[in-house]
Design a protein around this ligand. Structure first.
Ligand code: 13P
Ligand code: SF4
Length: 359
């Protein structure tokens, strides 16, 4: 069970036995029972940056999902091993873009004479192969905390936001649209959705030619459940409530909110909030519950009526963490994330471009 004192004690003992040989990274959506053992917690950007800073540990145990552990493997030195306590901790959004589909989409854009004026930008929530695609084709990785600067950088490669160059944004249509419309001043009409199952993504040649943002048809199943109607109801019930959501939510939800940002941004916003203020938060439930517990002087609500965990983040539970740590103590290295050399080399180009963006 989550509070099993035997497991807590075993995790503590194994971590202590490993000492400096292990470094544990924890994403903000992780369970309380797991996050308590993290040496560093963060949003996707902070965790990538901290992995890149190469703590002098033999093993990095990544409490998060597969694409994050892959990115950590790409950014750490070759003699460091990245371990994901449960290999089934994937991400349904990352699974929505596979490299064959993306290669095929790019070939269609080349055929239409558009690829040379297009920069691919992938959200961190994508496979290493897609990050490698972006590295190879002059593109960049972004996270929810730097999507605006990353998109500016990308448009600057093809004549600026005011010009007629394009961005192919993978795989989260919502982060791409929200950033383009709310932060770059583009319009909803500048955005088209690319459905990989249809020729030209389901668009006419004219529509693709006119578009500025070509948005891959992907989304987050957790954030996709928040509705504008939920916001309307909270505003009616609690006048003056502050609405804070993650940019993976749909555009009408983000537009109706007061504040939008990454998990790290959400945490800082609550830290800075006035005692007695009311908040409703649209992001994963482990984080919202933790924030409610950490701020008893504030009125903190969850923007949904039903339970809304990220099921793959939740796969990393205390039994899996204990198993991973005790295996390391016993001399076995379980669940090592291995990205092949060529994919790593190209993906690192796109990740390094992100890490070099102005903060
Ligand atoms: P951030 O922590 O970067 O905001 O990302 C949220 C998310 O969905 C990670 O999977
Ligand atoms: Fe993927 Fe959404 Fe879960 Fe993040 S919250 S890991 S985007 S499914």
């Amino acid at each position: 069970s989550p509070s099993d004192p035997g497991l807590v004690e075993r995790a503590r003992a194994a971590k202590e036995a490993l000492g400096d040989r292990v470094f544990i990274l924890g994403h903000h959506y992780q369970r309380d029972e797991v996050i308590q053992f993290a040496d560093v917690t963060g949003d996707s950007f902070k965790l990538a940056r901290d992995a890149a800073a190469r703590p002098a540990a033999e093993f990095i145990v990544f409490c998060g999902v597969h694409f994050m552990a892959e990115s950590a493997d790409i950014l750490t030195s070759d003699d460091q091993q990245v371990i994901l306590p449960d290999m089934a901790a994937g991400c349904s959004m990352a699974d929505m873009a596979n490299i064959n589909q993306v290669d095929d989409a790019w070939a269609q854009l080349e055929e239409a004479g558009i690829a040379s004026r297009t920069v691919p930008v992938t959200y961190m929530n994508s496979t290493a192969a897609i990050k490698a695609f972006c590295g190879e084709h002059g593109g960049v990785v972004c996270t929810s905390s730097n999507a605006e600067v990353a998109l500016h950088w990308a448009f600057d490669q093809v004549g600026g936001v005011e010009g007629d160059g394009k961005v192919l944004f993978l795989p989260d249509q919502h982060l791409g649209r929200n950033t383009a419309v709310l932060q770059l001043g583009l319009s909803l009409d500048d955005c088209i959705v690319w459905d990989p199952r249809k020729p030209l993504g389901g668009n006419t040649p004219e529509a693709v030619e006119a578009a500025r943002m070509i948005l891959w048809k992907g989304h987050c199943s957790v954030h996709g459940r928040f509705r504008k109607a939920h916001i309307d109801r909270f505003r009616e019930q609690i006048p003056g409530i502050n609405v804070l959501v993650h940019p993976e939510c749909a555009n009408d939800v983000v537009t109706a909110a007061d504040m939008v940002g990454s998990t790290e941004y959400i945490i800082k916003a609550l830290d800075a909030a006035e005692p007695g203020s009311s908040w409703v938060i649209g992001t994963e439930l482990n984080l919202v519950r933790r924030l409610a517990n950490a701020h008893p002087d504030k009125d903190v609500h969850f923007l949904e009526d039903t339970v809304c965990f990220c099921s793959t983040m939740n796969r990393i539970d205390l039994p899996h963490l204990v198993w991973a740590l005790e295996s390391l103590v016993a001399g076995d290295v379980p669940n090592v994330i291995v990205v092949d050399d060529e994919t790593q080399r190209l993906a690192k180009i796109a990740l390094d471009r992100m890490l070099a963006l102005p903060a």
